[in-house]
Ligand binder design. Structure first.
Ligand code: BDR
Ligand code: CA
Length: 315
């Protein structure tokens, strides 16, 4: 995480969130990454809780040198929505970290994002695991950062069904205006939406295989997701629970296991029923230039192998 040589520099913007916690862990323990900052945003729970959760996760992991900052507590236009029904009252299910927490960085996350990007040489990948409020605000406050972003890899949206409404996926629905600012920014964007989730199911066998690695990170993996797996399965009647956010980190570790299709994407901001839907022009019928690489498939065996190997690597 210290030196930048041959590492992928990333800013991790997140709303932990059980699946966010797994993603943070993968980014923090895989030596491929140079984790520049972790920025919390309101989403799965209130900003107060998502920030605390980011600190808890980093403290449990022993990640002390990465600044963790609190960002936007409210979406830009809409009324706040949270996903306590999925991630529980703490926002992190049953995970309970009792030890001392690392200190919160005193800067606002939006300022930290701006400073980190302006000081970079344009090589930073912005990884968004929650609503896009922090990044959209940073783009509006300091438009010069836009050219400094190498790529945005975001978890959110869907080119088919939604989850929080029939039309919309949670991260986009939680701040559609912010999502539209980001999606129309002109930088390369990879959108990993709900369409891939049924392919990354945390089946009992997978969870057993990973926990049986038997190290600290395998135990954390289990503690981060045990509550969440049950709640997602019940809510959406899945055969096993999809795990969303780690896909952004796995994508950066090995993009070759993901299949993408360039599409024109626009967020629905006007319709009541479809508010927050990502209209993805799969067939190019609008004749507009594609602005997003939309993930349309992935190799789930390879996905879980990467998660497994990253956890095992740190035994
Ligand atoms: C997304 O919503 C959140 O609940 C998860 O953390 C993930 O980022 C999936 O729709
Ligand atoms: Ca999330």
């Amino acid at each position: 995480m210290g030196e930048t040589n041959n590492k992928i520099p990333i800013i991790l913007d997140t709303d932990p969130g059980c699946d966010d916690a797994v993603a943070i862990m993968l980014a923090a323990i895989n030596p491929l990454f140079d984790l520049k900052a972790i920025t919390a945003v309101s989403g799965n729970h209130t900003l107060k809780k998502t920030t605390q959760n980011a600190l808890k996760v980093c403290s449990a992991l022993g990640v002390v040198q990465v600044p963790v900052a609190a960002g936007m507590s409210q979406p830009i236009v809409r009324k706040q929505v949270i996903a306590e029904h999925v991630h529980g009252e703490t926002g992190l299910g049953n995970f309970n970290f009792g030890g001392p927490l690392i200190p919160l960085d005193s800067r606002h996350a939006v300022n930290l994002i701006i400073k980190t990007l302006l000081n970079s040489n344009g090589d930073i990948i912005f990884v968004a695991l929650g609503p896009l409020t922090n990044l959209a605000m940073a783009m509006r406050l300091e438009p010069k950062i836009i050219a400094k972003i190498k790529r945005i890899v975001m978890i959110g949206g869907s080119y088919q069904l939604g989850n929080i409404t029939p039309a919309a996926e949670f991260n986009i629905y939680a701040d559609p205006e912010a999502a539209q600012i980001v999606i129309s920014c002109g930088r390369p964007i990879v959108m990993i939406g709900l369409n891939i989730t049924e392919k990354v199911l945390a089946t009992k066998e997978i969870v057993k295989r990973i926990t049986s690695i038997g190290n600290k990170y395998a135990a954390l993996f289990f503690n981060f997701i045990d509550f969440y797996i049950i709640s997602i399965k019940k809510l959406y009647n899945y055969e096993a629970s999809p795990i969303y956010d780690p896909a952004a980190i796995v994508y950066l570790i090995n993009p070759a296991i993901f299949k993408t299709k360039p599409m024109y994407v626009e967020v629905e901001l006007k319709s009541e029923l479809a508010y927050g839907r990502t209209h993805c022009d799969y067939y190019g019928s609008l004749n507009r230039p594609p602005n997003v690489e939309v993930v349309i498939d992935l190799d789930s065996d390879e996905f879980w192998k990467i998660v497994h190997d990253t956890i095992k690597l740190n035994s």
